[in-house]
Ligand binder design. Structure first.
Ligand code: NOJ
Length: 767
């Protein structure tokens, strides 16, 4: 009986809704939209609960508040806080963010469970991006490990600590593909490539959610930012996104789809518009693709106040229309704009928003709460003893140290300066050497400041080397909080003299310079992506007194290090590696761990090349070797090479690897297998990421000259070999055409295998 009435109401609502949507599309042209609006059915428990809820209570579930007041102090008498308390009691809140710690979470949960009419527990969200207290490397760094198990493990550590501290929902993973190093949020994602990005997205979702969402050590994930946020024009955060259907389907959407297939429970909208339609109100990506084609059963939350930005975009006339647009498009929960709370009731009562759409959103939210086990025990994340035991557990340190050392990328190692040798005198110079804050990286709001193992501390465990220290350049303008701009000292050279004195005495200099951890992240776009402040100058000065310099580069994004790559013999990219930063770097520079990281994002020669990525189209005028180099009419720059300085997939080891020839064969399922022999030709054991790329030579929509479609990280002893086999199905050989349909087009394919996107062997096959 219930099922029948549900079905009838839903069908009627969909009919009414699609009529109104067609009118809307006529008014504001959108990407062509199908008819699948992806309504779900709840569990018996959820359907029963829904039937008891008033409209106010339903809308309440769709409302998320920030917990900006001190919840353990006295209740605020006036202002937003007081009203929020009242609304918690009235069942007008479904979720809160930024309340952490078992005591505080319990206190808020008790208000809702004990004092509201139906006692529906809240879901508590938080940005647990690369750890809660124990921090792993920033996500872009982790992507450089190409180690999906280590990445999954790091997300599970983050989940365990967050869950033990009262949180049951993280606003991660961030899966926005980006090719623009000016955009500060590249630090938060998996880099430039949709294939690698998809596998990392799935690994992170599985790490956060585990096999059992009811476990008190796992939490729901929120895959973000749906969609296109990484393609902001000019790399300026929150900026306009104008992209083709091909880019949307082939580059931007795959990691989201992979996260949905891996079971992510929620998604977050992005702030940007896509081709004129703000993502919050984008019916096509939300209803047609996500809830329709992908059959996503979880819920979608807006980004912070972003429904409130629809009028500012110039898409809604007022707040009421913004609420209508967002809910119709498929945004289920409003983070901090209060537009759902303020307008949905009126919109439903006037008949402008079908009740079935409200029910659908509420069902989705309640279903996730049910899956987390919150109805069985609303306080299951509020065990103070577990909090003490799990947060900063030593096993977590070991896990983040493991992924941290795997995230380090060796970019250059002339004269084998690395690894350092026993008995050497090594000068460790730079503003980051003793800093315990910057290595934690951006986006770590739950963590404790100054809690990283500094590089200096990490090195002290290695007594066979004599360590000398100088600061060189002061971090005089380090920010007080992550909301403030930061820059590195540009005027004070008083530390130079001591740095040069120490450098001159040493066999080798480890020069630890680069971006401060708060120079990347949200709102941190830069037009100049060089090594900031006086650090470059310090490097030049040191090279004059000692040529044996290892640049230990801190960065939250690809930087322009062209000058350094010409003058410095060794470069080790150490990103911002989190809590165990100093130990992980020490593991690598001393040779206890042989570096194995490969770049997940290309390093440009200069900012003018950005956006730069390996997976480019050929164009009608690519560079040809037999062109007269003085002739200008080909796709290039007159003042710079067009290749990256260090491309996607690149990274050295202390050993060397030799690749054999590719053997290809077709299989019965219409796919192929590609085999290659890889040998460790050096003197140390090491790991190599063997990468497979394809090129679809001729297609109905032009395809990139290289697309990653497989990789395997192999470990080889000196002299050891391994046959690596890749199996490609028709799926890997397919692409999305201009209509967004996935198609396989028979014809010739190049299959390329190697240790970097710019260093491959090629064989061809007709499929
Ligand atoms: C805005 C950011 O864009 C988003 O990633 C984050 O999850 C929310 N704020 C909540 O903090």
């Amino acid at each position: 009986m219930k099922l029948q009435s549900f079905t009838l109401v839903a069908i009627a609502a969909v009919f009414l809704f699609s009529c109104s949507r067609q009118t809307k599309i006529a008014e504001k042209p959108a990407i062509p939209s199908g008819q699948n609006h992806g309504m779900i059915k709840g569990s018996p428990f959820v359907e029963d609960l829904l039937s008891k809820m008033t409209l106010d209570e339903k809308i309440g579930q769709m409302n998320q508040y920030n917990g900006f007041w001190d919840v353990t102090g006295p209740a605020p008498a006036a202002g937003g806080g007081a009203e929020k308390y009242d609304n918690l009691r009235a069942g007008k809140v479904g979720s809160m963010l930024n309340i952490t710690g078992t005591e505080r979470v319990r206190k808020i949960q008790e208000i809702v469970v004990k004092e509201s009419r139906l006692g529906i527990p809240l879901i508590f969200g938080h940005d647990v991006i690369h750890g809660f207290k124990t921090l792993a490397p920033i996500p872009l760094a982790e992507a450089a490990s190409w180690d999906l198990e280590a990445i999954k493990k790091s997300s599970s550590v983050a989940a365990a600590e967050a869950a033990a501290s009262g949180i049951n929902w993280t606003f991660a993973p961030m899966v926005d593909i980006s090719r623009d190093a000016r955009w500060g949020r590249v630090m938060e994602g998996g880099g430039e490539d949709p294939y690698l990005g998809s596998l990392i997205a799935a690994a992170r979702v599985k790490g956060f959610q585990g096999d059992d969402l009811k476990s008190p050590l796992t939490i729901a994930s929120c895959t973000k930012h749906y969609a296109g946020y990484g393609f902001a024009e000019g790399g300026r955060d929150y900026n306009t996104v104008d992209i083709s259907n091909s880019t949307l389907h082939n580059v931007i959407l795959p990691p989201f789809k992979a996260a949905v297939m891996a079971g992510t429970k929620t998604l977050m909208n992005s702030f940007n518009e896509i081709n004129g339609i703000p993502a919050n109100a984008h019916t096509y990506i939300l209803r047609d693709v996500l809830k329709g084609d992908w059959n996503f059963k979880g819920y979608v939350v807006s980004d912070w106040g972003s429904i409130g930005e629809l009028p500012i975009h110039g898409y809604a006339e007022n707040s009421k229309q913004a609420a209508e647009q967002a809910v119709k498009a498929g945004c289920d929960m409003d983070m901090e704009s209060y537009y759902y709370l303020n307008h949905l009731k009126e919109l439903v009562n006037e008949g402008n928003v079908p009740m079935a759409l409200i029910d659908d959103a509420v069902r989705r939210i309640l279903m996730v709460k049910e899956e987390l086990g919150l109805f069985e025990d609303p306080y299951k994340y509020c065990d103070a003893n577990r909090e003490k035991e799990v947060v900063y557990n030593p096993a977590h340190k070991a896990a983040v140290r493991d992924v941290a050392k795997k995230s380090i990328v060796l970019l250059k190692n002339e004269s084998a300066l690395l690894p350092l040798k026993s008995g050497q005198k090594v000068a460790v110079i730079g503003p980051h050497v003793k800093d315990k804050n910057s290595p934690l990286g951006s986006w770590r709001i739950g963590s404790d400041d100054n809690s990283a193992v500094s590089l200096w501390e990490g090195l002290q465990a290695h007594k066979n080397i004599e360590w000398l220290y100088a600061e060189g350049v002061k971090l005089t303008t380090a920010p007080a909080s992550f909301t403030e701009e930061v820059s590195i000292n540009e005027t004070d050279t008083t530390g130079f003299a001591e740095a040069l004195r120490v450098a001159a005495m040493a066999d080798v200099v480890l020069l630890n310079i680069g971006e401060h951890g708060f120079m990347s992240g949200e709102g941190r776009s830069r037009t100049n992506i060089d090594i900031p402040g006086l650090q470059d100058e310090l490097m030049e000065a040191i090279l004059k007194v000692n040529k044996n310099v290892v640049l230990v580069l801190q960065a939250g994004r690809p930087l322009d290090i062209s000058k350094a790559s010409e003058t410095v013999p060794s470069i080790l990219l150490v990103w911002q590696l989190g809590s165990e930063s100093g130990n992980a770097i020490a593991d690598v520079v001393t040779g206890q761990y042989n570096p194995s990281g490969k770049l997940p994002m290309s390093f440009p020669r200069n900012v003018g090349q950005v956006p730069i990525y390996y997976s480019v189209k050929n164009t009608g005028r690519p560079l040809k070797n037999d062109f007269n180099p003085k002739m200008v009419f080909w796709s290039h720059y007159g003042d710079s090479e067009k290749t990256a300085l260090y491309p996607f997939g690149y990274g050295l080891s202390y050993t060397t690897f030799k690749y054999g020839n590719i053997a290809l064969s077709k299989n019965l399922e219409g796919g192929l297998s590609a085999t290659i022999n890889v040998t460790n030709t050096g003197k140390m054991a090491g790991e190599e990421v063997v990468q497979l790329y394809i090129r679809d030579k001729v297609a109905s929509s032009t395809r990139p000259i290289k697309e990653l479609k497989g990789f395997e990280k192999v470990k080889l002893e000196p002299g050891g070999s391994k046959m690596v086999t890749f199996l490609l199905t028709k799926k890997e050989l397919s692409f999305y055409n201009d209509k967004g349909e996935e198609v396989f087009e028979p014809g010739e394919f190049d299959i390329m295998i190697g240790g970097s996107s710019d260093d491959v062997q090629t064989a061809s096959i007709n499929m």
